[in-house]
Structures are given as C-alpha cells and as structure tokens.
Design a protein around this ligand. Structure first.
Ligand code: UGA
Length: 434
C-alpha cells in the first residue's frame, strides 16, 4: 500500500514513520526544503521524540520511507494521502485555524490520480472533512476520491508506542472503497491487538475533541481536589490512587500538578468551546476547565512566594523544568513558562535548567539565566522549584541540593518525592495537595 503524508511536523513525521515501520511504502512531504534535505541525507529529525530518529533511519535504510518536497508526484502515486499539517488556535477567538489544511487540500485535489483516500489526521473541527471534500471537488471536478477522518491520539514523548500499541484507532468513513483501503492501512496494527473503530466522519471528528477535552477536565478536576486536600489535610496522591482503582474512573491522568499545557489540551478545549458556541450549545464544564487551568498556573507562583514568607521580591529561584511535561523539548503553553513569567513579575530572578527545552524556552522567556545541570541552578538560590516531571528530577541528591541553596526550600509542583524522603534530609518541602 502506498501512503503519502503531507506535513513533517510532529504528527506527520511520527505517523509516516510508523506507517513505514508496519510495512507500508511511505513518502512524507513538506514544503520546507531544508527539513526534507536533512531528513533524506542525514536522517536528522526536526523534533525531539525518543526513538523516532532511529526508526526513521531504519525505515529509510530498508527502503520503505522517503521524504520529498514534490507533493504532486507523491500524491499521484499514492492510494492514501494523510493531511498532517498544523491547526494552530486563532489568537482572536481560539478557533482552530484551518488555512494550512485548506491549502494542502487544494494541492492534493490538483494532484489526485485514480481513486485516492484523503485523510484528515490533523486535529480539525467537526465538519472539516466536508470542507476538504468541497475544496477538492472545486479544484478538480474529475477527481475520484473520498475524505476520511482519522484523528491521532499520540502523546509527545510516547508517540511511537501510542501509535503502535494505542488503545484504539478511530476512522470516520462513509465510502465503502475508502473503508476497505483504511482497513488495509491498519491491518498490521489490528493484528497486534489494536482495536480499529469505524464511525461516521463527524463522529470521528468529535471523538478527538471529546477525548482531549475529557482528559483535560479530568486533570482540572484532580488539580482542584488537590487544592482542597491542602486545606483540609488530605493527601491528593492517595486520593487519586484510590479513585483510579475504580475501573469506572481509571488511574491515568490523575496526577495533580501545576496545570495542563502543551500544543493540544489548551488549544483543543478552546476550539471545542468555540464550536459549541457556534452551535448554540453551552459547554459550561469545558469553560470551567479552561478557566480553572489558566488561573492555576498563576496561582502556582503565589504558592512559591508563600514558601518564602509571602514575597518573591529580590529572591533568586532555581527552576527545574521548562518543557510542558517530561520527555519533550516542547514549551508551548508550558505551565513552567507561565509560572516563571509570573514569578519574575513578583520580583524574582530565575535560574533554570531543563535537559531538552532550554533552546525552545529562550524564544519565550527573557532575563532568565540557564544552568548546565540540576545542581547549578541551586547555587545561591533562595528555593528550588520543580516544574516539569523529568525522571532525572525525581532522583536528586537532596543533601547536595540543601548544601547549595541559601534556604533549604524545595517546592515540588509535580509531587516527584514523598514528603518523608525530603523532610528527613532537612529540607522544607512544599508539594501539591499534600
Ligand atoms: C495529548 C493527548 O494525551 C494525546 O492523546 C493527543 O493525541 C495529543 O494531546 C494531541 O492532541 O495531539 P500531549 O499534549 O502530548 O498529548 O500531552 P499529555 O501527555 O496528554 O499531557 C498534557 C498535559 O497534561 C501536560 O502538561 C502534562 O504535564 C499534564 N498532565 C498529564 C498532568 O498534569 N497530569 C497527568 O496525570 C497527565
């Protein structure tokens, strides 16, 4: 089966590479020539994703994966074409901006040769498949094609495993020829035990938004329960653990923290709220989730101030973590960035370290000094604050941390330690919901 993937960003590159690794012939397309040259000639990947570079190199070497800027030729030669370009939020109203999807749809329409399945892989509002169909029909009334929705459920940092061993694959399809081809695309995963669910197109589009928004709401819920735990003297980690043992609730996505971030949850919750408004439907729970998360990030800076007698004025804060979560260099909508900016507003000087995200953070932060490792940010700092759950931050030499800090204060907004293990080392410990 010949597959083309348009867009070599996060979703396109992971999906294209994984399709190749399960046996398909894949060509990934991008209009950025440097990116394509780097991928073709040096196997250099433009994103940080554990395991991806090796998988790209292996599949290129085995002849199943190639990269090109020539969309026309690649689309004409393919049975299935995935659209995997960005859908960033519009700054004015949070609506997903579909200009890249529509541009690519036009180009695909002009290039189609023989029956072709065009697949929306990017996260797109409900009704986008209809729009893409109309665009292709307009540019090429002769085109023989069907548009399908196949949302992705890939977590950054775990994307390859999520692709190959996901809980489910969702395909929204209303054309039988396209359905057969999509079954063929996913047969190798079905054989590995992944469930492939066929739905109507708009249902598939809704499943993506509903899934991300539900997970975001689950996080918002446990974060608010954490706040209450602090007030009443309960332990949110034990509360979440016991809640998660109830299979109706489920244990995942119940880790309280500084708020959710990344390029998906904040964007998709806003986009769903916009879609609801457009359709005259009040999603008050979604609205509350968005507001609660925005406020939470700001409140986290106050939590740090409270650990330092109520003021950050003139204080130096050592920060561990800039990425929106561990295992990624992505700082988009990172709680760490928002909290650092808020602490700066409150008068603090910041010295930060992250194993992968410093270069990305430099685009968003000013007046921050960067350390070369975990311990360098402790030197002469008035407190150490953990903002991202990198595994290496969970095994710090706490005696060394204490020796380096001006005050023995550790604020851990990811609950990486037990209260006992920090306090027995003589540090004052402030965490979430405990
Ligand atoms: C998310 C979804 O998990 C994927 O299924 C989806 O495909 C993807 O968005 C997307 O739409 O492309 P991702 O943004 O990579 O994936 O990140 P998550 O692992 O879901 O984490 C999101 C945020 O929630 C992070 O800030 C993370 O630190 C936070 N989080 C997550 C918690 O605070 N606690 C948890 O228990 C889990």
């Amino acid at each position: 089966m010949k597959i083309a993937v348009v867009g070599t960003g996060y979703v396109g590159l992971v999906s294209g590479t994984c399709f190749a690794s399960i046996g398909h012939e894949v060509v990934c397309i991008d209009n950025n020539k440097d990116k394509i040259d780097n991928l073709n000639n040096r196997g250099v990947i433009p994103i940080y994703e554990p395991g991806l570079e090796d998988l790209v190199k292996q599949n290129v070497a085995e002849g199943r994966l190639e990269f090109t800027t020539d969309l026309k030729a690649a689309v004409a030669a393919s049975d299935v074409v995935f659209i995997a370009v960005g859908t960033p939020p519009r700054p004015d109203n949070g609506q997903a901006d579909l200009k890249y999807v529509y541009q690519v749809a036009e180009e695909i329409g002009e290039a189609i040769d023989g029956f072709t399945v065009v697949v929306d892989k990017s996260t797109v509002p409900i009704g986008t498949a209809e729009e893409v169909t109309a665009i292709i029909e307009k540019v090429n009334p002769e085109a023989d094609f069907a548009v399908v929705s196949n949302p992705e459920f890939l977590r950054e940092g775990f994307a390859i495993d999520d692709f190959l061993n996901g809980d489910r694959v969702v395909v929204g399809v209303e054309n039988s020829q396209a359905e057969e081809l999509m079954k063929e695309v996913y047969i190798p995963l079905e054989k590995r035990g992944v469930q492939v669910l066929m739905t109507r197109v708009k249902t598939a589009e809704m499943i993506k938004y509903a899934s991300n928004t539900f997970l975001a709401t689950k996080l918002g819920f446990i974060n608010e329960i954490a706040d209450l735990c602090e007030k009443v003297g309960a332990d949110v980690d034990q509360v979440a653990h016991a809640m998660g043992m109830d299979t109706r609730i489920g244990a995942k996505f119940l880790q309280a923290g500084p708020g959710f971030g990344g390029s998906c949850f904040p964007k998709d919750t806003m986009a769903l709220e916009y879609i609801a408004k457009e359709n005259g439907c009040d999603l008050s729970i979604v609205k509350a989730t968005i507001d609660s998360n925005v406020n939470r990030k700001l409140r986290m800076a106050e939590k740090v101030a409270e650990a330092l007698d109520g003021s950050l004025e003139g204080k130096t804060i050592g920060v561990l973590g800039l990425a929106f979560k561990g295992n990624t260099d992505d700082t988009r909508e990172s709680p760490a960035i928002a909290i650092i900016k808020e602490m700066q507003k409150m008068g603090a000087s910041i010295k930060a370290y992250d194993p992968a995200a410093i270069e990305e953070a430099k685009h968003e932060l000013t007046d921050v000094k960067y350390g070369s490792d975990e311990y360098s940010v402790c030197d002469n700092a008035d407190a150490l604050v953990i903002l991202t759950e990198w595994t290496q931050f969970a095994v710090l030499d706490l005696e060394l941390v204490k020796a380096k800090l001006n005050n023995p204060i550790l604020v851990d907004l990811r609950n990486l330690y037990s209260v006992a293990e920090v306090t027995t080392k003589g540090l004052k410990y402030y965490s979430i919901g405990r």
